[in-house]
Design a protein around this ligand. Structure first.
Ligand SMILES: [Zn+2]
Length: 221
């Protein structure tokens, strides 16, 4: 009986030992979330450099996502809701819809590299004050079909630094599917999961009070 009680209470104890502001791996809490940190590869579209330009480096040392626990618990609410969707905008999703994470915690040293390359405050936070990503309080993500792992069609690719990435970019210049999916991601992340959003980037969401979390600077392992 003692063993059974121990097993029953173990998950609660694990969470109790981790404060809500501590970094955790979303995979440990959301089993079917997809982690695809674009900055751990050379395939990211940072700056959308045309082919032939000098390739950009891998900014991260591993495809290892981290975020504060309170944010991951909000992502879990979003994923639990998305997983139950079987039809959206005329398309069927036999296994539901899921989240693919493109970026989470980002070492502050990488923020300095970003700023050196593209010092534009609309899309890159000044490293002097730091990004909410440097605090583990922000996440960049898109939606996928859980049956096929295909990404849902959105207005832009990740890191498209143009006004087309804005939530307010005119729907008349997008397809009806792009508008419907942009609305779905914001509705779920904001209205269901309760996260904050950023009008200039449809992929960016954050926890309340993210700016008061400490700035961090270590690489992923
Ligand atoms: Zn972001």
């Amino acid at each position: 009986m003692k063993k059974l009680l121990l097993l029953l209470f173990l998950p609660i104890c694990v969470f109790a030992q981790v404060g809500e502001d501590e970094l955790v791996n979303p995979k440990d809490i959301i089993h079917d979330v997809v982690i695809d940190l674009r900055y751990s590869t050379t395939e990211h579209k940072f700056l959308n450099l045309p082919e032939g330009d000098m390739p950009l480096p891998k900014f991260y040392t591993a495809n290892e996502c981290l975020m504060v626990l309170k944010g991951v618990l909000q992502l879990k609410i979003a994923q639990d809701s998305l997983r139950n969707i079987r039809e959206h905008n005329g398309k069927t999703y036999p296994n539901g819809i899921g989240i693919k994470i493109w970026d989470g915690y980002r070492p502050r040293a990488v923020q300095y590299l970003f700023w050196d390359i593209y010092p534009n405050g609309a899309f890159i936070a000044n490293p002097a004050s730091g990004s909410k990503h440097n605090r583990g309080g922000a996440v960049d993500l898109t939606l996928i079909d859980l049956a096929t792992s295909e990404e849902l069609v959105m207005p832009t690719a990740f890191d498209d630094f143009s006004n087309r990435a804005s939530h307010t970019f005119s729907g008349s210049l997008l397809t009806q599917e792009q508008v419907a999916n942009r609305k779905l991601i914001k509705d779920i992340m904001v209205n269901v999961a309760g996260m904050g959003w950023y009008s200039a980037e449809w992929w960016h969401y954050e926890v309340a009070g993210a700016n008061s979390l400490p700035l961090l600077d270590f690489q992923m392992k």
